[in-house]
Ligand binder design. Sequence first.
Ligand code: OGA
Ligand code: MN
Length: 297
Amino acid sequence: MTINITPNAAPLGHEIRGADLRNLDETTFAAIDAAYRKFGVVVVRDQKLTPDEQIAFSSRFGPLERFALDRFNKKDHPEIFIVSNLLEAGKPIGMEDAGRYWHSDMWYTTAPPRGSHLYALEVPHADNGEPLGDTYFASTAYAYRTLPDDVKRKIEDLEALFSLRKYVAHVGHTEERAKNNVYLKEIVDAQQAIIDREIVHKLVRIHPITGEKCLYVVQGVIREILGLPQDESDSLIEFLTQHIIRPEAVYRHRWRAGDLVMWDNYSAVHRATGDFALPQRRLMHRTTLAAPLTVAA
Ligand code: OGA
Ligand code: MN
């Protein structure tokens, strides 16, 4: 199979055409895997994948992980997490809002996943035909590389406290929004169970596969950098966040049905948009790669 890998103007978000992910020989798979490691976000266009086929493709990278709220996993294929605004018998079939803030997936766990593969079955459109529900990506590896040396030195060994309580208060599914929405209430309840969980991550994360240094910052959820006064901590986090999401460093993915977008959960952060609503339909299937057990030398 001859595939075409096209670089992007942004430091991530390479596009692959000519691939059939149902049917990849070892050499072609290795080329996709290499692009994924190197570029952090890879868009594979024009796929036609059943749940089994998506699971089989994603499993070639290693073991999969199930999304924590089983309610949103596909009944007959729990390895697939449904990201969707569709209703069945009045109930949401998936999670509509999978993160409208700059984040990496499952930052509230000690061993966040290696990456996610999101496959678009239905993409909402505006009346003029433009796609809605774009996803934005930014490279945390590029962000680290392009920091001034004095900032690199300063943050080298710093640790940050990630707080679910802060997330719920500022960017999450608040009680207020949950009032009229049964399924948001489920999310809020699940969050309440772990709301006091506070996770410490190093601000500079060594990528366990590539060995690259990546910034580990999630928008609006870091309560403090350990050992720094609060105001200094807040301004450093704000500086790093803005540095990661500089417009020239951001790739905006405009979805087409049949896209499979693979993101590296360490070298990239991403953000969803909520600019669509029924009857505009969005249906995506996500497979999630578990954290690797081995660490890069
Ligand atoms: C996710 C996610 C973005 C989107 O599935 O983890 O953040 O646009 N999705 O749905
Ligand atoms: Mn996400």
